[in-house]
Structure formats: C-alpha cells, structure tokens
Design a protein around this ligand. Structure first.
Ligand code: PGA
Length: 235
C-alpha cells in the first residue's frame, strides 16, 4: 500500500507551557516511526512556541482558521498567520467549507473532519451524511495532495466509545469508493483517511490494520506519552 501512515494529535483547549514542554519531551524522545507523518494540532497562542521547540519531523497544525485574509474578525486567526508562525497545517471542521477553500488557496495543508451523529448512525444514515459532508469539501478542493481526511464519528469523540475496527473500516471503504466515483480513482487511492474518536494505545493497532485506515486523529491520548505508541501503531 502506497499511503504513508499519518497520526494527528488534537490537543483541543489543553496545555500550558509546562505541560506542553512535557509533550515535546516525549515526542523528542520517541522514537517515532520514520514511516509515519506526525502532526500536532495546538492551541493558537502556542503555535510559534511549539514550532520553535518541536523536532522537524513533527508538523504543527492550528485547530481552525478563518475564511478571510484579514479584517475585523475578533478572536479568529488567519491562514497567513499560521504560515507566518512557521506552521503548515490546519484542522478544519466539516461544516466550514469556505474555510477549506481559503486555507488551501493560502498554501496550507488541511485536515478536514467529517462524521455522523449517533442518531444518524442508528437511523442507517451514516453514509448519506458522510458523503454529503465529503462532497461539500470535495467541491472546494483542487489539489488533493495537501489534504488528509479525518473520519470522526461524533458519538466516538471524547466519549471513550471507539468505533469497532469493522465499523470504521466499512465507512472508510465507502468514503474511498465515493471518492473514486466522484473525484477520481487516483485521488481515492492516494488520499489518506484517518480515523478519529477515542483512539488510545489499546485500540490503535487493530484500527491501523484495516486496509482503508491510514492513521488516526487523536484527542485526549495525544496529550499523554501513549501518543508515541499510537504514532508507531503500524510498525
Ligand atoms: P478523542 O478526540 O481522541 O479525545 O476522542 C478525537 C478528536 O476530536 O480529534
């Protein structure tokens, strides 16, 4: 399989310099699988702090960015600011399609997130919901080499309820098929699709074994030393 394993950490609204230093220490100590791309999503005030201290082989992402170049948008951050801080990546929520276009136009690499809610899964609407979200993203993307897609079922995020490898693989395969039919077979073959939602050191290996799961986007566990095990899950 040609797709390089990819693990993203999403720190969300966690961390201060003291705890971030500890994360930087365990990421430096690793050792990290050289066959895995690693990117951590840090809170905006720490973008530059983290970029200056993390090793080169760990990318830094902002957790969101606005859909305009600059202006009167209190509290928002611009794609250009992220790049100016030396960071290449941004995580984007699925409903914010215009941000997708804007971030790409501004040269960032993006990790857009999609996923169904529990009631949608129970109603058998998982694929319908995810395809709709994926279409909204696909409509805005021309250069897929700067995209890593994250499938994160909403019911699995921060809940300790991981999708089973079978459930995740089934959805990942469906997403890849949709891409093949609606974008191109090449994009479907090359795009990395991450699973996110309560990934831990205990379940990462089973998930990594699935043919269409190319890595993970990790929230809670990315703050702990077990993140190194998750990075190395495909070894
Ligand atoms: P979690 O978060 O790993 O804490 O469930 C995942 C995410 O939201 O990216």
């Amino acid at each position: 399989m040609g797709r390089k394993f990819f693990v993203g950490g999403n720190w969300k609204m966690n961390g201060d310099k003291e705890s971030i230093d500890k994360i930087i220490d365990f990421l430096k100590a690793g050792p990290l699988d050289p066959n895995c791309d690693v990117v951590v999503g840090v809170p905006a005030p720490y973008l530059m702090y983290c970029r200056e201290r993390l090793p080169e082989n760990v990318g830094v992402a902002a957790q969101n960015c606005h859909k305009a170049a600059k202006g009167a948008f209190t509290g928002e951050i611009a794609a250009a600011m992220i790049k100016d801080c030396g960071c290449k990546w941004v995580i984007l929520g699925h409903s914010e399609r215009r941000n997708v276009a804007f971030a790409l136009e501004n040269g960032l690499h993006i990790i857009p997130c999609i996923g169904e809610k529990l009631e949608e899964r129970e109603a058998g609407k998982t694929e319908e919901v995810c395809f709709k979200q994926l279409k909204a993203i696909a409509d805005k993307v021309s250069d897929w080499s700067r995209v890593v897609l994250a499938y994160e079922p909403v019911w699995a995020i921060g809940t300790g309820k991981t999708a089973t490898p079978e459930q995740a693989q089934e959805t990942h395969a469906a997403l890849r098929k949709w891409l093949s039919e609606n974008v191109s077979p090449e994009v479907a073959e090359n795009l990395r699709i991450l699973y996110g939602g309560s990934v831990t050191a205990a379940n990462c290996k089973e998930l990594a074994k699935c043919a269409d799961i190319d890595g993970s986007l990790v929230g809670g566990a990315s703050l702990k030393p077990e993140f190194v095990e998750i990075i190395n899950a495909s070894q």
